[in-house]
Design a protein around this ligand. Structure first.
Ligand SMILES: *Cc1c(COP(=O)(O)O)cnc(C)c1O
Length: 418
């Protein structure tokens, strides 16, 4: 029996990830493999670390990808920091807050949560009050919540954490390279990014960065022969009363020894993915962070103008809308899945459904990275209008594309689509 060569369809992907990958990234992925200790490769590793620092806007020494999907970075950071019984505060405003909670619980943290209604975010002071009350070792929070399309302000929480000596860990998987994140200025101690969202690289790596406050916590848990302190430990006054990190794969002290100048063997680096990440980061820095954030805004505005002009409603508090995800209320009586299927089958466009309490209530349209282009926005609006008409929805025919085009004219940058 023989199988046909792989033949993947060309899609317009307007979900909150995975999104379309820049052709330049796909191209570098087909370049030859080099050994992981080959100087040709280690210099790529060093470049990636340098580029990551720029994208994270940090001076941290440590910035490297964890191999695995985005949650691998979250798990690596948290499992390397959390000792059983450690207090962790997780403010939850959507699905990914629950993921943070679940990971912390698995590593036996004493987890405190606070929740707000989906579609809202927290008033920073509210979180700070809770931090003061609980005195956690770690506060872990999502920045861009893809499940609800909201963005949580972080700077004041970060400043309070620093003042109260609480470690501040952020999930920026959906926001990195799509909207502003200033790791150092916002007093973020550890942060996790993803590749398949605004970086427009395939899923499979999770870039992280963390500062010396976290490095110290992790160093104290480094695996050494039990009961014997090394000269290095004595010098750093590290006392061995901390349990070692429970995961080999996610042990950040080992990843650090692999990415750092010691280059101690740990895992086999995902060579082709690292090429992809390097190219993705290079493209981000070549476009420029400000220009890139602005581009995401411009296309988001055009999309929202189109959706509303069609007569559809947007979900959630507009004051905290995540620029990279737009949540659209599903009109009453419409078969939401049938609409998504028709978009895919007739137009090759993919939009996302939703989770939990929002299931069946909203569609989510991503405007991320390479997918975030004028042609995609216009195509999606035109197709959605046509499909909704086929589903008997009384939309304001012809308005959506005009509103989007007006929105582009207004910013006076019609060439921004590329
Ligand atoms: C997508 C996403 C994740 C998880 O990413 P995986 O690659 O599926 O592991 C985590 N957090 C947020 C905010 C996300 O949007």
């Amino acid at each position: 029996m023989t199988y046909a060569e792989l033949n993947t369809p060309l899609r317009t992907i307007m979900t909150p990830g995975p999104v379309e990958v820049d052709p330049r990234v796909l191209r570098v992925m087909s370049t030859p493999i080099v050994g992981q200790f080959d100087p040709a490769f280690t210099s790529i590793m060093n470049e990636v670390m340098e580029m990551l620092r720029k994208v994270f806007q940090t001076n941290n020494e440590w910035a490297f990808p964890v191999d695995g999907t985005s949650r691998s970075g979250i798990e690596a950071l948290l499992c390397s920091m959390i000792e059983p019984g450690d207090k962790v505060l997780v403010p939850i405003f959507g699905r990914f807050g629950h993921l943070l909670t679940e990971i912390c619980e698995r590593y036996e943290a004493d987890v405190y949560t606070m929740e707000c209604e989906w579609g809202e975010v927290f008033d920073e002071q509210e979180v700070i009050n809770e931090i003061q009350k609980i005195s956690p070792k770690i506060t872990a929070i999502v920045h861009g919540e893809t499940s609800t399309g909201r963005i949580q302000p972080l700077q004041k929480i970060g400043a309070a954490c620093r003042e109260l000596d609480v470690l501040f860990v952020v999930d920026a998987v959906a926001s990195i390279a799509g909207t502003e994140i200033k790791v150092d200025d916002w007093f973020i101690d550890g942060i996790v990014a993803g590749t398949q969202k605004c970086l427009s690289v395939p899923s499979g790596m999770s870039p992280i960065t963390y500062n010396e406050r976290i490095e110290k916590v992790i160093a104290a848990r480094k695996k050494v022969e039990r009961g014997i302190s090394t000269a290095e430990d004595r010098e750093n006054e590290i006392e061995r009363d901390h349990p070692i990190i429970k995961s080999n794969y996610f042990d950040i002290s080992m990843l650090q020894d692999y990415w750092g100048p010691r280059r101690l063997n740990h895992h086999t680096e995902a060579t082709s993915m690292l090429y992809a990440l390097r190219e993705g980061l290079r493209i981000v820095l070549d476009e420029g962070l400000e220009t890139r954030f602005n581009r995401h805004r411009i296309h988001e505005q055009a999309l929202m103008a189109g959706i509303e002009s069609m007569g559809l409603g947007l979900f959630g508090n507009p004051d905290c809308k995540l620029p990279t995800v737009t949540c659209v209320k599903i009109p009453d009586g419409v078969d939401a899945e049938s609409v998504r299927c028709m978009l895919l089958n007739e137009f090759g466009i993919e939009i996302a459904s939703s989770f939990g309490s929002l299931k069946g209530k909203i569609w989510r349209i991503g405007t991320m990275g390479y997918s975030c282009r004028k042609e995609n926005i216009l195509f999606t609006l035109g197709a959605l209008e046509a499909v909704l008409i086929r589903h008997g929805v009384n939309v304001h025919t012809g308005k959506a594309l005009q509103a989007a085009l007006d929105s582009y004219t207004m910013v006076g940058k019609e060439s921004i689509g590329q």
